[in-house]
Design a protein around this ligand. Structure first.
Ligand code: SF4
Length: 537
């Protein structure tokens, strides 16, 4: 990548190691120590001219022995430190997109410290790009908060307190980083064994150590991928996207219950299917349980937006629990339909996906009900009376998927009856229409949402059927650099359970890789609001 990007590094051994991992990298050795870095910086801007991206890679011992200030284990030789800012000669030099790079380094098998990582981030560590929450991270709060495993101050940047941390290395990196100007910048520090280098600077030529040498080679490979991801882009934002009225209501129910009654407030299952939201509410005192018998007798218990079977309500009543029902009114409507059809003597076919909380709740209604997911299921389903068959659907399916399945049912059961109004909810439909409207213009579509979010998965599928490559991401750390190589138009949307700030983070991550033009494409405006349950009004 000779002019795709330049790696500035103070010492020759580090430069050799980085270039060894990615032979095409152009490396410039700037000399060890802040003074040499300062002198090198005088003409670095000219030397970097024409390169679309600049990476600064330093190597040196951990800044101080002992654990990191956030309580995680301290950096060890071979670990990598990624900062979202380095102290430059004229103030901090921001390194946007640092969490994107940190996640890519972690996926490459490196143990990564900061940013937005609670302690070490990588194999064997407690937090990862796709992993569970960090061990030492207080979570961000509410809209504008950071990732679920971002520690401390709510914007995910507190981990930079572990930063580069060594005044010598910081000063070096700061001088070199300034050479990037307004081009995409990466700043990475690899920890070497604690051998004091002769004459100051960050590392003696022979002092890299095997672990740091290997890490530098991997850093080189990741930086080569980072450089191919760099470039100007158009970003198309699908509208509507992100939270729907049912999700906003469910979150507000738990927030108000916590405010009014104080923690703990028990919630059966995830209140909505998003790990950031769940982690945030957990940090505020919500306790998520799988079943009502995991909450104490007499406890205050919230039912999630996905609804519950009557047997669950009965179990909660038997335990003397005070229930606050956050079931989305549109899910409750499907339950009512099932009961209505059952009263009229119909066998009910539910079109939906097994093991989803909503489907589990609907299947639990007192009715003769069968689940089908595919046209093949519909072709095989047995019903007690083919003359009296009704269907309902999960609220978060793709319309074309449902039409196909219902078509098979109608061919088999010509008197088939269905709901008076479509069960697929307005929010699901609108988000699918919106992503369909942009997908064929996009080289890549990023869908914000968690892995257990049905409607988010459907957005990925709809974008895929419309001809785009699409990926589901919990946040910017799930973006793989390889997806972005050559992707000049990127669509961004979010499932109904994904917080709006995740979309902002995705756009920021794209902006860190070069200039972007952002355009919002709205297919409709949403004004739906649902009233809150009385218990929290
Ligand atoms: Fe309700 Fe639809 Fe939102 Fe689900 S996606 S919570 S059914 S509005």
């Amino acid at each position: 990548m000779s002019r795709a990007g330049i790696v500035l590094t103070p010492t020759r051994p580090a430069a050799r190691a980085v270039a060894g991992g990615a032979p095409g990298l152009e490396t410039i050795v700037t000399g060890a120590g802040p003074e040499r870095a300062r002198r090198a910086a005088i003409n670095l801007s000219a030397r970097c001219r024409g390169a679309p991206a600049v990476a600064v890679v330093t190597a040196g011992p951990a800044p101080a022995a002992g654990p990191d200030p956030l309580g995680g284990p301290g950096p060890e030789p071979g670990d990598v430190v990624v900062a979202s800012a380095v102290p430059g000669p004229h103030g901090p030099v921001p390194v946007p997109g640092a969490s994107l790079l940190a996640a890519a380094l972690a996926r490459a098998g490196l143990r990564v410290h900061g940013p937005a990582a609670a302690g070490p981030w990588g194999p064997g560590a407690s937090a990862g790009a796709n992993g569970s929450n960090g061990t030492n991270g207080a979570h961000g709060h509410g809209p504008g908060a950071g990732p679920a495993d971002a520690p401390g101050d709510g914007d995910g940047r507190a981990a930079d307190r572990v930063g580069f941390g060594d005044p010598e290395a910081d000063a070096e990196a700061g001088w070199l980083a300034a050479a990037a100007g307004d081009r995409p910048l990466a700043a990475v520090r690899v920890v070497t064994p604690p051998v004091p280098p002769p004459g100051g600077g960050t590392v003696a030529p022979a002092g890299l150590g095997l672990a740091a040498y290997r890490s530098l080679r991997r850093v080189g490979r990741v930086l080569a991928a980072w450089a191919t991801a760099v470039g100007p882009r158009r970003v198309l934002l699908a509208e509507p996207r992100s939270f729907c009225a049912g999700v906003e209501r469910a979150i507000e129910v738990v927030e108000r219950a916590l405010d009014r009654y104080g923690p703990p407030v028990y919630v059966r299952r995830q209140i909505i299917h998003n790990r950031h939201v769940v982690a945030d509410l957990e940090a505020r005192g919500a306790v998520f349980v799988d079943e009502v018998d995991e909450a104490p007798e007499g406890a205050r218990l919230v039912f999630s937006a996905h609804g519950v079977a009557p047997a669950v309500e009965a179990a909660a009543a038997a335990r003397g629990q005070t229930v606050i029902d956050a079931t989305c009114p549109l899910v409750a409507k499907v339950h009512r339909e099932v009961r209505r059809f059952a009263r009229r003597g119909y066998g009910v076919v539910l079109v939906g996906h097994a093991h989803h909380d909503e489907v589990e709740g609907t299947m639990g209604e007192d009715a003769d009900i069968r689940l089908v997911s595919t046209p093949a299921d519909a072709a095989a389903v047995e019903v007690p009376d083919p003359e009296r068959v009704a269907y309902v659907t999960q609220t978060t399916l793709a319309l074309d998927e449902v039409e196909e399945v219902v078509g098979v049912l109608r061919d088999r059961f010509p008197t088939l009856v269905g709901p008076s109004a479509a069960d697929i909810c307005y929010a699901t439909q609108n988000r699918q229409d919106a992503v369909r409207a942009i997908a064929d213009e996009c080289d890549l579509v990023l869908v914000a949402g968690s892995q257990n979010s049905s409607n988010s998965h459907r957005l990925v599928e709809v974008a895929g059927r419309s001809g785009s490559v699409a990926h589901l991401v919990d946040d910017e750390r799930d973006i793989e650099l390889a997806w972005l190589a050559g992707a000049r138009t990127v669509g961004v949307t979010a499932g109904a359970s994904a917080p709006p700030w995740v979309v902002e983070r995705l756009v920021e991550a794209l902006a860190s890789l070069g200039p972007i033009e952002v355009e919002t494409r709205a297919v409709t405006a949403e004004t739906v609001r649902f009233p809150l349950p009385e218990a929290v009004c």
